[in-house]
Design a protein around this ligand. Sequence first.
Ligand code: GLU
Length: 457
Amino acid sequence: MNVITRFAPSPTGYLHIGGARTAIFNYLFAKKHSGKYLVRIEDTDKKRSSEKAIKAIHKGLNWLKVNSEYKIIYQSQNFNSHIKVAYELLEKGFAYKCFLNSDELEKLRIKSRENGIPIKSPWRNKKEQGKNQNKEFVIRLKMPSNGTTTIDDIVQGKVTVKNEILDDMVILRSDNTPTYMLSSVVDDNNMKITHIIRGDDHFNNAFRQIQIIKYLDWNIPYYAHIPLIHGTDGTKLSKRHGATSLFDYHNLGYTSEAMFSYLLQLGWSTKNDQDYFMDRATKLFALEKVNKSPAKFDLKKLNHINAKILNNMNVNDVYKLVIDKFKLSLSNEEQKRFKSLLPELVKRVQVYTDLEDEFDWLFQKNFFCKDKNFQSQLQKHNLMLKEIGSRLQKCEWTIESIKNCLNQYILQNSLTFKVIGPILRMALTGKTNSPDLVSIIYELGCTITANRLNYEY
Ligand code: GLU
């Protein structure tokens, strides 16, 4: 079988992390089976859709590297073929014109809610009357009233519902626009989609949409409805739990690889941590291994993954992320300094945006320690700092000589590194915690180091 999947977002806001995960699953499933992965923008609701949202979807998909390599499909451009199908269903007697006005419909809705029966318009069984010809109408699908419908969902398993619970859904509105329930099925058929992989909030829709497919004798696709993502408290993920927009995580300093890997783990499980990366996942992904129960979004776990990825990343790649994020423009010498210390700095953070606190001291021209508590300690050790500064100025600028120079000072003054280390660090970085002191001195260079050690507190 030539597998064809699709990710079909509605462009009504940002790309939600749940949507992003659906895209990843569709992408991987198609790749695993050497099939096609398509993206269809479901922009049928013109009032709620926007160009901005379409851009946000592409930005998110590109960031995760799961955009389609094929032409993007815009559902609204296929309106005519959807309308044609609505009329075909009408002609074949599988749909009917419903002339209910809004008051009548409201009464029917109330009755339907009270009795727990789905909406079936009285027009279902009426012959169209000539005097209604010029009245507004919608087209409703005539759901089968007896029997059952079974879907053997790859994730949810075999589920059967009684047809009597299915409402006669509207497929064409009174303004002659098709509804999502119709458009989506027609597009899936035209696009020859073999596997519909989407959130399980659409599982109910599947039982209604499949009736159109059956009436028209189209191929029934495989379905895989994946459980939604929940927060750690077990409720559906919402802004209460933190950022829900995929791209917010980019702005917060997460890498695309970490996001990809973590979203994939939310629902799919495999043996090895490495399997959650793109190259391996495209070979291993299996829908059968997708969990039936909702996955919990756990920021701690994402942070852990992100930190690990940052630490394993090539220094030039981390450097690029940081430079782009903080819009740094550095001299050649500063670039070299930054790249040398970056692997050490990265060990201290989980997201690269937090690096700002770690490197703020590195490029300041007239640096002095601003912490009031530290300043009094630096004052106390003024002479010691100056002495070390002047010794360093005379030393050859290699890691080895700097180390020797500090050791000699320690020996001659019967001190220990534990005593001078923290003070030197404060004077040079304004912090109590930083990468290895000798590396810092070496990277800052002789002049900057001496200036910082000579500062009068
Ligand atoms: N456009 C729908 C949504 O964003 C998805 C429909 C589908 O996958 O069939 O929820």
